[in-house]
Design a protein around this ligand. Structure first.
Ligand SMILES: O=C([O-])CC(=O)C(=O)O
Ligand SMILES: [Mg+2]
Length: 648
């Protein structure tokens, strides 16, 4: 009895803001009914057939909810009891559930109420103290792969803590959960894999994809990153081990753009691999067979797309990641406009590179269309960037033909020219083919074209030789050099190469991070990271908040312009064309804001009514890394003296 009264009394100490409603952006308490958070509409989920009509949603359906109520519903979803009997969930299950676990941050009241008192040491830690612990723990590891394994372990144990820790240490943690370490993790995925963190759907599951999606315990999925593992970063075909990429990308959805973790689903489509080393490796985790191609592959992907719509609704975003060149372009063309989809390697990389180019104009004082751009590579990234450059040049007032004339592309056979003796130009390359005699090497193309901008995205590490870089320095006052291939080993040159071969005049960016560079005069240059991570989280946030299905190219240019606008003079003075990584979460919100506003202007939004204050609306939807109360809200009764009945 005494124990009970202690429990009830202690409930009163729970922060009412956490249990009774969400904080709005001003820190003011809103009742839940005033917030945009509420359950996903059942009618929109689990459709019996894939329909493709416009789906109109209300605010209430666009984003899901948070705080105690959401935590409670998730308990049901994870099979620990239905949501109505959720309060009966064992405390032990809470400790094991990464979305509910707070570790030693469970209060004494929560421990007693939930029946986990005694399972934890006496000490109650604040989340801030736990973040400090994470820092100490990760610093103990020297090998980046061990740091990766530590962080994934943290994610498996305690989601809120993981996202708070990564979110507060973006510059230090991004190279671990993302490029370049994630590349190493994929190569060693057989060693790294611990527990389900996404779905593996194999070609043998054809005909049953919907059923597999139903095995995923979350029903409110808003974003999927999918790969078939054929071109993982610049590392090539890693088959099912490519899973590290969707996992890494979606962890940035949450860490950088506040998209709720349970709304994100990583998927690997395992159609085999042509990587013999993987096939021979006893640790390989995927199907031990060569890649399936042709109609069987196409039917498989078609079925996947329809199953996603049927399970999660038409507004569920499907980001294609690290598919092989041929499939990437084909599938983008096939599905765009019909499904809520974009290809990050073609379009996301294009947007981040064009953002960097737009920012570089503030240093060179030129218009984009006054530049001559040479691409090393003519794959997804290069062709995507080239196309978006044309769009940006046309926006400056130049003709399509003139814009294309500014672009020179080099592939494995040399300069892409019309009537190439070897033939074999696809329509994407054909668009940029020059009326020129064959030119074999990149260096010769630099001699002929005299570019102001050199962009590498063909995963040939070291392709920008000192001699090429020196030529760029000789032709230009401020040569623009982008070494975009990932991971670091595939970069076309290092930051040091770029600066030291151009008398430190290069305007340099790279896909993977490079350390700061000290000039001879002692100035510190901070090479910017032209990685699509500046784009895809904010883009996705905007798409989800406005319910955009048709992600047309204007959204990509808009995202690029939005990012370029954020770059300030101080960034440029430090040699960076991008804002510092520590500001990347703000960039995501700013990009999302532009995307949402543009969606309403162009009738592409399906969430109504349009929010009055876009930024406030977006921020109100974002994941809160702080812990929610784990026990139900309490209400107060009148004082004892009011209730007392006079018996005399
Ligand atoms: O993952 C990254 O760092 C960028 C990217 O999309 C790729 O290289 O394929
Ligand atoms: Mg990629």
């Amino acid at each position: 009895m005494e124990f009970l009264s202690r429990k009830v009394k202690s409930h009163g100490q729970i922060d009412a803001r956490q249990v009774n409603g969400a904080l709005d952006t001003s820190g003011k308490i809103k009742k839940r009914s005033e917030t945009a958070m509420s359950p996903a509409p059942p009618a929109q989920r689990d459709k019996t057939s894939a329909t493709h009509g416009a789906v109109k949603q209300s605010y209430a359906t666009s984003v899901g909810k948070c705080t105690y109520e959401m935590e409670r519903d998730r308990i049901g979803i994870w099979g620990c009891g239905d949501s109505t009997s959720a309060n009966k969930i064992s405390g032990l299950d809470r400790l094991r559930h990464p979305g509910l676990n707070k570790g030693m941050a469970f209060t004494i009241e929560e421990r007693q109420t939930l029946g986990i008192h005694g399972l934890l040491p006496a000490r109650v830690k604040s989340q801030e103290e736990q973040v400090q612990m994470c820092k100490l723990s990760i610093e103990r590891y020297e090998d980046p792969l061990n740091k990766y394994i530590y962080l994934m372990g943290l994610l498996d144990r305690n989601e809120h803590l993981f996202y708070r820790f990564v979110g507060e240490n973006v510059a230090d943690m991004m190279p671990i959960v993302y490029t370049p370490t994630v590349g190493l993790a994929c190569q060693k995925y057989g060693l790294v894999y611990r527990r389900p963190r996404g779905l593996f759907i194999t070609i043998h599951d054809k005909g049953h994809i919907y059923d597999i999606l139903k095995n995923w315990p979350e029903t409110d999925v808003r974003a999927i990153v999918v790969t078939d593992g054929e071109r993982i970063l610049g590392l090539g075909d890693l088959g099912a081990c490519g899973m590290g990429i969707p996992v890494g990308k979606l962890s940035l959805y949450t860490a950088l753009a506040g998209i709720k973790p349970h709304q994100c689903l990583p998927i690997t489509l395992d159609v085999g691999t042509n990587n013999q080393t993987m096939l021979d490796d006893p640790l390989y985790i995927g199907l031990r067979q060569r890649r399936v191609r042709g109609p069987q592959y196409d039917e498989f992907i078609d079925e996947f797309m329809d199953a996603v719509v049927r399970r999660y609704g038409q507004n569920c975003l499907i980001q294609f990641e690290d598919f092989g060149n041929a499939n990437a372009f084909r599938l983008l063309e096939k599905y765009r406009g019909k499904y809520c989809t974009f290809n990050d390697d073609i379009q996301g990389t294009a947007a981040v590179a064009v953002a960097g180019l737009l920012a570089s104009l503030r240093i060179t004082g030129k218009k984009l269309c006054e530049n001559t751009i040479v691409f090393q590579g003519a794959g997804e990234a290069s062709l995507g960037i080239a196309s978006l450059c044309v769009m940006a040049m046309i926006a400056e007032g130049c003709s399509d033909e003139k814009a294309r004339s500014r672009i020179w592309m080099v592939d494995s056979k040399g300069l892409i020219v019309k009537n190439r003796p070897e033939g074999g130009l696809n329509e994407h390359k054909e668009r940029f083919a020059k009326d020129h005699a064959p030119v074999r090497t990149l260096e010769e193309v630099v001699d002929v074209a005299k570019p102001s901008v050199l962009i590498g995205a063909a995963a040939i590490g070291g392709a920008f030789t000192p001699s090429i870089l020196r030529k760029m320095g000789a032709i230009n006052d401020r040569p623009v050099i982008f070494a975009l291939s990932n991971p670091t080993s595939k970069a076309e040159c290092t930051a040091i190469d770029a600066y030291s071969n151009t008398d430190e005049r290069a305007i340099f960016a790279s896909g993977s991070p490079f350390p700061e560079y000290r000039t001879k005069s002692g100035r510190i240059l901070r090479p910017g990271q032209g990685n699509n991570s500046y784009i895809f989280p904010g883009l996705a946030l905007g798409i989800i908040c406005a319910g955009i299905i048709d992600i047309s190219e204007d959204f990509m240019l808009l995202a690029a312009e939005a990012l370029a606008e954020i770059v300030c003079q101080e960034d440029l003075d430090q040699g960076s064309l991008y804002p510092p990584l520590k500001d990347i979460q703000d960039c995501s919100v700013k990009i999302a804001k532009k995307i949402v506003e543009h969606a309403y202007q162009t009738n592409k939004a399906s969430v109504f009514p349009q929010p009055e204050n876009t930024e406030e609306f977006i921020r109100a939807q974002m994941y809160d890394v702080r812990y929610a109360a784990a026990v139900p809200p309490v209400y107060t009764w009148p004082r004892d003296d009011v209730l007392r009945v006079d018996m005399i």
